[in-house]
Each structure stands twice: as C-alpha cells, then as structure tokens.
Design a protein around this ligand. Structure first.
Ligand SMILES: [Zn+2]
Length: 383
C-alpha cells in the first residue's frame, strides 16, 4: 500500500466535523479489507440519521487480550477562512518538501500510515492483537471516543497510540479541559436610583474575584513536565447590560479551566458550583448559575514506567514529554488503555489555512509504527 496515495484520497473527502463522516469511513473500511482485516473483525458504530451519520470504526487483527491500539480521528476543522488557502484544501498539493491539504497534519497522514503499517503484519505474526480505531467528531468535544467508551467497545485493549501531531515525539501527559458558562442575575432599576435594583455587572465582578481566588488555590498543583506547570483558569468572555441609564439585570461570563493530572474535573466542577451557591438567590432564582458546556475532558497521564512509553521512547530515541492541548488519549486512558500520543507533523500547522505536513513524515511514521507494533504485538516475553 502507498501511504501518499491513501493520504491524497483521505484529504479529498470533506470530513469536517459539521458533515457526515460516512463517506470517509466507508473508504477506510475498504482499505482495511485490502490490508488483511476480516469483515467480521471490523466493527462500525453509527449515530445520526441518514445523510448525517457519524461513524466510529474499530478493526482488529489477531486474537487474544492485551491488544495495541493505533487511533486517530477522521474529522477535520473547517477550512475557513477559505480565501486564505493558496491551494484547494481538499486537493493534496506538494510544494517542495511539503504536502498541503486540510487535515494533512491533523491527522490524516497518521491514519494513512496506521493502515499501511497494519497491512505489514499477518494474523500469525500478531501474538497480541493490533486494533485500529478511527473516530468521528474529535474536534467538537472528543464525541466519537466518548461514545466508544460509553458503549464499552474498548475492552481487551491494553496499550494505545493516538497519532495527533507531536513531530513523532512521544507524549505521555496533558491537561484536561472544562468549559463553563455563567449567568449572573441582578434586578433592573433606573440608574438615577441604583439602590432600587441589584447590579448584575457589579455582582459579576465579585464572582470574578472569587474565581481569581480559586485560581490561586488551583495553582498549588504543579507538574514540571507541563507548560505552564500549573492548572489554568481563564475568563474568555463577559457580556451584560444595555444602557448607561439602566441597572443591568443580567451578566454572562464564559471561562475555561485546564486541570493537570491528579486533579479531578468532577471535584473542580463541584467546587465551582459551591462558589456559585454561596451567592444566594435573587427572586427565587440562583444569583449565580453555572452550566458546564459538555462532559469535561479529564487530564491524562501514562506512567513513565509503562511498556508503551518505554517502547515509544526506545523506537523514537526521544524522551516522553507533554503537550499543551488535550486529546482523545484522555478518554482512552480513562477506559484503562495506557496511551501515548505520537504522530507526524506539528500542531503549529493544524487548525489553520495552508495546513501542511512535511512529506518525509509519511515513511518515518510507518517505520516508527512498524517498530512499535513489532515490539508490543510480536514478542511473547513481556506477558
Ligand atoms: Zn487532531
């Protein structure tokens, strides 16, 4: 199989999170059959009505427990702003050593390399199974991976590689992600006599002060492998009030928190609800109401002593490190899979016009994955 040829085809599918990924999933299934996976060992889960299907694929080669998973998402961000693209985002275009195309780095090059690698191994060679996982809707909240976890379809997998762009440097930890919307209530009045009302903007300022005090507490957690080494809390939006002559009755905030390994999102969310609860009630409604946007992404850490970390370090000859973004690895780790993030290309090229990947990565990724699969799946010793 030809990694570049497959990448070209994958990039040609419009698989941004807003559209169905069924066309690209169908194409991947055809490649898996060509790569020696049996039809019965390819499981496709589907959500959504006809025309808007969102599919995850789990394909297994080999039998038994302790499988190694190679995982990646099939969706991309949107190509907007499209006018900034110098090439057609859906046509993989080589310029010098770079391959331009939407999703080239994030993360279709890895998908192509994973399929090509899997073809190299026969069922007989795989003493521990090799599992390829292709997810949907990663870019809009890791939804595909969360669905796989929810359906308990990740059993029997012990180790994982998530091929997000890390320039082929193994990554074993990153922060989690919690985002929240806050409604702060007041009571409107004419500004000529503000005491007749309750100023929601002034109440919001008080609540922001509380958040800043809470941030100080969060910052007592430190992990030097992360950058910055402490959890963050950042207020990203504030909105409230209409006119100078009115006391505002509502103010809204948005903020996010990125917890570090060892911190539990559910505890942080409970702390925040408590802070909000302390603000009491206004006209039978909470004075401060927090809503979390979706289920939080837990922070992820795989122990330095894990076999997958040691093998990834040995094969790449690079020390495992951290990344500043969160990935599906946190969902896989929470499902009991010891996961490393290791993929071609740089995150600097992702999520923007003129996304590209250095062509040299295609072969390098296949070779890196081939060695990892050989170490984890083809040797009986470590069991
Ligand atoms: Zn990605």
């Amino acid at each position: 199989m030809d990694t570049l040829g497959i990448l070209k085809e994958l990039v040609a599918f419009d698989s941004q999170s807003g559209v169905s990924n069924k066309p690209i999933a169908d194409y991947i299934c055809s490649l898996l059959l060509a790569a020696g996976f049996q039809q019965n060992d390819i499981l496709v889960t589907s959500n959504g009505p006809p025309g808007r299907e969102k599919e995850n694929i789990i394909a297994r080669k080999g039998v038994g427990p302790n499988a190694l998973m190679l995982a990646g998402h099939t969706d991309t961000v949107s190509p907007e702003p499209k006018k900034e693209w110098k090439t057609d985002p859906l046509v993989l275009t080589q310029k010098n050593s770079q391959l331009y195309g939407l999703g080239s780095t994030d993360m279709k090059a890895f998908l192509a390399a994973a399929i090509v690698t899997a073809e190299m191994f026969s069922v007989e060679q795989l003493l521990q199974p090799l599992v390829l996982v292709f997810t949907c809707d990663e870019e809009i909240g890791l939804l595909g991976a969360k669905d796989l976890k929810h359906r308990k379809l990740l059993t029997g997998i012990r180790y994982g590689i998530v091929g997000e762009p890390t320039q082929l440097v193994p990554v074993r930890l990153h922060k989690g992600y919690i985002s929240a919307k806050v409604l702060i209530r007041g009571i409107s009045a004419h500004s000529s006599d503000p005491k007749k009302g309750i100023n929601a903007i002034e109440r919001a300022v008080d609540f922001i002060s509380d958040l800043r005090v809470y941030r100080q507490e969060l910052n007592e957690y430190v992990n030097r492998l992360l950058s910055p080494p402490y959890p963050t809390l950042s207020i990203g939006a504030i909105n409230g009030g209409l006119e100078t002559n009115r006391v505002p009755s509502e103010c809204r905030l948005k903020f996010d928190i990125r917890p570090i390994p060892g911190q539990r999102p559910d505890e942080i969310m409970a702390d925040l609800q408590r802070l909000a609860g302390q603000k009491g009630m206004i006209e039978n409604k909470p004075a401060v109401e927090i809503k979390f946007n979706s289920s939080p992404t837990p922070p992820m850490e795989t122990a330095a002593s894990s076999l997958i970390v040691r093998v990834a370090q040995q094969v790449t000859n690079k020390e495992a490190t951290s990344v500043p973004f969160s990935t599906e690895a946190s969902i896989f780790n929470a499902s009991g899979i010891e996961t490393v993030i290791l993929g071609p290309g740089s995150i600097d090229q992702a999520h923007k016009p003129n996304e590209y990947i250095e062509a040299r990565y295609l072969e390098q990724t296949v070779e890196t994955l081939r060695q990892i699969v050989t170490e984890i799946c083809c040797k009986p010793e470590w069991r």
